[in-house]
Design a binder for this molecule. Structure first.
Ligand SMILES: Cc1ncc(COP(=O)(O)O)c(C=O)c1O
Length: 465
């Protein structure tokens, strides 16, 4: 019986002050010293060392709206994105259930990047071999990270919107009984992590901001894990509206549209199994070029932002915090606020899944295309993309007939993978989602029971079978 590391429970990820003090101190010390120290599992949280949610509040001078846009920052998670949270939650639930054993099972991570990075990283920390299955045209920084964490790569043809090929490849590899997939599009630990940990953190993030409530939440679904935070937000603030964002170039939920686009991590040409469609009020389309230009503005355009009236230290702090999907989420928040006519004191919460570190090549490509990017060009972009963002391409999905279209999309996407119509129909009622969420408490107990009381000097461990 080998000892393997075991990490935090759901409640500890939401509230790291519950973690044994010495373990937490050790984890914080390891954060920048040695990212491959398994104690970093205890850094899987939205909170900083002071137990505050990592966030920025974007002011009207940048957004052109009166409401606050509160952006929760995912780049402070180990491995550089919050996708490590669902990867960990799925793996730890399987370990707690005794389904997987380090050294015996190989972990498969179908992904367009960040979930694959998270899978490789968590597998490394918990002692598993990992294979990441992803399209071959993603940013090169993603492949480098996966290799750095010891993950093996199985590449399928295409880019972001060809993710279905990764799912088919995963099914094929799973014929080997020792291969276990962290199937983020269909497994509910992804839902549980984001509803409990991301949703709970969002509710805390608005304390002391504006009226302290959440009027809107926007998230561009890849797996539709993050958007589950909306379920928790609505439970706390019933007036809150949730918007799913899609690339204008690949508007699958909005109107069945399918096409190539460049917002890495989202817009995967499907309605994922774990997407709670009951709580999606709006679908909003965002043009991919604007998200890439937005990255340029945040990374290189601090002076333009200052000229628009943004505080200099805030403008400079944005430099490394956003990739295209984070900008997409901000643009969606602005459009939702405009559509809902939100006013001063209202808050729209959204997410920056990762930071700039994996998009250097995306900016190189943009710089190559525009050749001359004089300050006046960036000033114009700030104006056109943020300040003049309109409320066009907002689709209202609150009416039953519109919801029906989403249910139909889910059916067409998942019946072919063996799910029955009866099972898919069971997702039409809130009971299904409450039951899935209720299992947080079951795993809370299982994870805590599986590890001995936290030792002072050692990382908590369990015995593997
Ligand atoms: C950069 C980026 N943004 C957004 C998302 C979408 O998040 P979710 O899968 O929780 O819907 C992902 C998912 O991998 C991502 O990598």
């Amino acid at each position: 019986m080998a000892n393997v590391p075991f990490g935090p429970s759901y409640d500890e990820m939401l509230n790291p002050s519950l973690i044994d003090k010495q373990v937490r101190a050790k984890a914080l010390a390891a954060l920048n010293r040695d990212e491959l120290d398994p104690v970093n599992l205890f850094n899987i949280t939205w909170k900083d060392a002071d137990n505050q949610v990592r966030k920025v509040v974007l002011p009207p001078a940048l957004t052109g709206i009166d409401a606050n846009v509160v952006v929760m920052l995912g780049n402070g998670f180990p491995s550089g994105s919050h996708k490590v949270g669902p990867a960990y939650s799925t793996l730890i639930e399987m370990m707690a259930d005794g389904e997987i054993v380090p050294g015996v099972h190989t972990i498969l991570g179908p992904s367009t990047g960040n979930f694959g990075i998270g899978t490789a990283y968590i597998s490394k920390l918990l002692g598993f071999r990992a294979i990441v299955i992803m399209p071959d045209s993603m940013s090169k920084e993603r492949y480098e990270r996966i290799r750095k964490y010891g993950g093996e790569l199985e590449l399928t043809p295409g880019s972001e919107s060809d993710v279905i090929l990764t799912l088919e490849k995963t099914r094929e590899l799973m014929k080997n009984p020792n291969y276990k997939a962290l199937a983020q599009f269909e497994l509910f630990p992804n839902y549980r992590f984001h509803r409990h940990v991301t949703g709970g953190s969002a509710i805390e993030a608005v304390k002391g901001v504006g009226n302290g409530r959440i009027a809107g939440f926007t998230s561009a679904p890849g797996s539709a894990g993050t958007i589950a935070a909306g379920d928790q937000i609505k439970a706390a603030f019933p007036e809150a509206k949730v918007a799913a964002l899609e690339p204008y170039e690949c508007s699958t939920l909005a109107n069945g549209g399918r096409g190539q686009h460049r917002i890495e991590g989202i817009g995967d040409k499907m309605c994922t199994l774990i997407h709670n469609l009951l709580n999606t009020d709006f679908v909003i389309l965002i043009k991919d070029e604007e998200t890439v230009q937005g990255v340029k503005i945040f990374h290189d355009g601090a002076e333009s932002l200052v000229r628009m009236g943004v505080d200099r230290s805030l403008a400079l702090s944005l430099r490394n915090l956003f990739g295209p999907s984070g900008i997409c989420n901000v643009l969606g928040a602005i459009k939702l606020a405009r559509y809902l006519r939100l006013g001063p004191g209202d808050n729209v919460v959204t997410i920056a899944t990762d930071g700039f570190d994996r998009y250097e090549s995306v900016l190189d490509e943009l710089n190559g295309r525009y050749l001359e990017l004089a300050p006046a060009v960036l000033d114009r972009w700030v104006h056109d993309i943020f300040l003049s963002a309109s409320d066009d391409h907002v689709y209202d999905f609150r009416k039953p007939a519109m919801k029906e279209r989403l249910f139909a999309q889910k059916e067409s996407d998942w019946i072919k993978f063996g799910y029955t119509k009866e099972f898919l129909d069971s997702m039409r009622g809130p009971e299904f989602w409450e039951a899935q969420y209720g299992r947080v408490h079951e795993y809370e107990g299982k994870i805590r029971a599986a590890r001995p009381p936290a030792p002072a000097e050692e990382l908590p461990c369990i015995s593997s079978r």
